[in-house]
Ligand binder design. Structure first.
Ligand code: ZN
Length: 470
């Protein structure tokens, strides 16, 4: 109740963000060597020159009280996997160093810039873990697996006695010890894969023995099973590409392996009729529904988000952050950055916080394409950071921006790493002029991996509390 009243009280102030169109409905790092220069050393310490206090997100009443006293807008920018390592093809620079990003540089020069450990020790360096950190929830406490987050994004409600498994359609070879030929079974279309999943559910699921299959996107589907199936050590199929398949182990593995074995005949028959190369299912990433608290109840701020990635959307569903459907937002290089920026600007008219996540930088990392990563970062600068900051500057409310990736995806290894990533925390009311584009340097911050290499990493989940504190 308190949170709703606070949110309503701020709407009047928000109307002053000039560029907001109220008629337009919302459709719904661094492995580098230590810094060498004086500038870099100063930058590495800039976090200490800007003393926002880190603390755990536990004091609900303090956040709510703060909201009632002062209007503030909050934007969280997440360039997925943008952190990288120095690359030979970029002259020994990282993509963040090589990209021309004047708007980001202007923010950084007035911001707290440091390093964040978004992936807690022992957890997989995935977007599920990293984005949970960014939203302010400690994955070491709340993360149960990626599949239950995907289930939330798909609208599949898990009961306490159920476990969700990610169900890939995969292609294995026919050898005695089969090779994982393709973890994505040739990337079938939904028109190809959904009949296969329907056949699986008809033959092996539909609630029998508590098993149900749910169609997802392309090769990525969901299998809900009884909780007794949870205790299995399952290797993600993309980690087995070109190698002998290592089947699940552990106390519950007999259940899992029996279902995967039984899937072969069903998948091969159904795949043949739709022209797919899938040979069976591969179950992994399992977990029960995580007990994530409401974001609004935890932090006293109502938020919205835009992301084309199901894992990020699922975290929004599970924490009560409204997921905005932005036409043109994709997980590929064809993403409409401007559409996501405009959705953010419109949302700030009546909500105080917006999370804007774009996948393209991660995809470029997976493809080992530093040129595309640089291009994606420059599009962030001109099509997202610039317009959003201009809109915020045109309004009367002070604002804060938190920018960091959910993990690093170095172009040289083409996969995620658990290395800490650079973060940027900007406050328009503490930046000297109050305007990010002034060029005045309060901290001398520089948002790159080498510039932050000497910063002691802070827990990634502590940053949301810093963003929102008084
Ligand atoms: Zn990735």
């Amino acid at each position: 109740m308190v949170v709703v009243a606070v949110g309503a009280g701020l709407v009047g102030g928000i109307g002053r963000v000039d560029v907001v169109s109220r008629d337009d409905p919302l459709l719904h790092a661094a492995r580098t060597s230590a810094p060498a220069t004086t500038h870099e050393r100063r930058t590495a310490c800039s976090v200490r020159a800007y003393p926002l206090r880190a603390r755990a997100a536990t004091s609900k009443s303090r956040f709510v009280t703060t909201r009632m006293m002062r209007a503030m807008k909050y934007v969280v920018f997440v360039p997925d996997g943008c952190a990288d390592v120095p690359l030979p093809e970029l002259g020994g620079r990282t993509p963040l160093e090589a990209a021309r990003m004047p708007r980001l540089a202007a923010l950084a020069s007035n911001a707290a810039v440091g390093r964040a450990a978004v992936i807690p020790p022992g957890l997989p360096p995935g977007s599920d873990v990293g984005n949970m950190s960014i939203l302010g929830f400690d994955p070491a406490r709340y993360h149960t697996g990626r599949a239950p987050i995907e289930a939330a994004a798909m609208g599949v409600e898990l009961e306490p006695d159920q476990v969700a498994y990610r169900c890939n359609l995969v292609a294995l070879s026919d050898e005695a010890v089969p090779i994982m030929v393709d973890f994505a079974a040739g990337h079938p279309t939904n028109a190809q894969s959904h009949p296969i999943v329907a056949a699986l559910d008809a033959a092996l699921g539909d609630g029998r023995a508590g098993v149900r299959f749910h169609p997802g996107v392309e090769y990525r589907h969901l299998c809900v099973v009884p909780r007794a199936w949870i205790d299995a050590e399952c290797i993600p199929p993309h980690d087995l590409t070109g190698q002998p398949a290592v089947f699940p182990r552990g106390a519950s593995a007999p259940y899992v392996n029996a279902l995967m074995d039984a899937s072969r005949a069903v998948v091969r028959d159904a795949a043949r009729s739709v022209g797919s190369s899938a040979t069976q299912i591969w179950l992994w990433g399992q977990g029960v529904k995580p007990a994530l608290p409401s974001f609004a109840a935890t932090f006293g701020v109502q938020g919205r988000m835009s992301s084309a990635v199901d894992l990020v959307q699922g975290l929004g569903v599970l924490t009560g952050i409204e997921v905005v459907d932005v036409p043109g937002a994709t997980a590929g290089f064809d993403n409409d950055y401007g559409a996501q920026a405009q959705a953010c600007i419109r949302s700030l008219a009546d909500r105080d916080l917006f999370v804007l996540h774009i996948e393209a930088t991660d995809e470029a990392g997976h493809q080992g394409r530093s040129d595309i990563k640089v291009d994606a970062l420059e599009r962030w600068d001109t099509e997202v950071i610039g317009p959003v900051v201009d809109a915020l500057d045109a309004g009367d409310e002070p604002y804060r921006i938190l920018l960091l990736p959910d993990h690093a995806t170095p172009c040289d290894t083409k996969t995620h790493s658990a290395d800490p990533v650079p973060y940027l925390l900007y406050d328009s009311s503490r930046s000297g002029s109050g305007r990010s584009g002034s060029g005045r340097s309060g901290s001398g911050g520089c948002y790159t991996e080498p510039a932050t290499a000497r910063c002691t990493p802070v827990p990634g989940h502590s940053l949301m509390a810093r963003l929102l504190e008084a």
